[in-house]
Ligand binder design. Structure first.
Ligand SMILES: O=C[C@H](O)[C@H](O)COP(=O)(O)O
Length: 151
């Protein structure tokens, strides 16, 4: 079974979000792409966009997310407020790999004002090359992150 992916972006990330959404819809590894907004022309602040999208993962409606704002940092901070979500900005290939293999992150965050479109597209694609191994040496560290979550 393929990934169910939620994409989201604020007004500074909507252009990349729409391109990456189309890429993911054409990717045979992905079964479903959910667009959590915004649509171009809308203006919703990034915390609301990211938390709404992250809740879809926490609620089991999606497996992973690609969230985009100007820097990738605001959507990451916001998504991480949702219990069970691990999200980070990653703007290079190695970081994207480790985001999954070390950190079991469900959400890749990208900054439309920081990296070029083709790099963003490539990183979004690479994010789905990896799946976390629950038997790996990284698993207890991820469990330790979770242990610090507060209700
Ligand atoms: O992290 C925040 C994002 O980059 C956002 O798109 C822009 O936020 P700002 O308008 O507060 O700079």
């Amino acid at each position: 079974m393929g990934f169910r992916v939620v994409v989201a972006g604020d007004s500074a990330g909507v252009d990349y979000k729409d391109v990456i959404k189309a890429d993911l819809e054409a990717d045979p590894r992905i079964d479903e792409v959910i667009d959590a907004g915004i649509t171009k022309g809308e203006d919703v602040d990034y915390p609301h966009v990211a938390v709404n999208a992250a809740r879809m993962i926490a609620d089991g409606k999606a497996d992973r997310g690609v969230f985009i704002c100007g820097t990738g940092m605001g959507v990451a901070m916001s998504a991480n407020k949702v219990k069970g979500i691990r999200a980070s900005t990653a703007h290079d290939s190695f970081s994207v790999e480790r985001l999954v293999l070390s950190n079991d992150a469900q959400v890749l965050c990208l900054g439309e004002r920081v990296i070029g479109l083709e790099l963003a597209r490539r990183l979004a694609k690479e994010f789905f090359n990896y799946t976390f191994d629950p038997e790996s040496h990284s698993a207890p560290k991820v469990a330790a992150i979770c242990s610090y979550e507060e209700d």
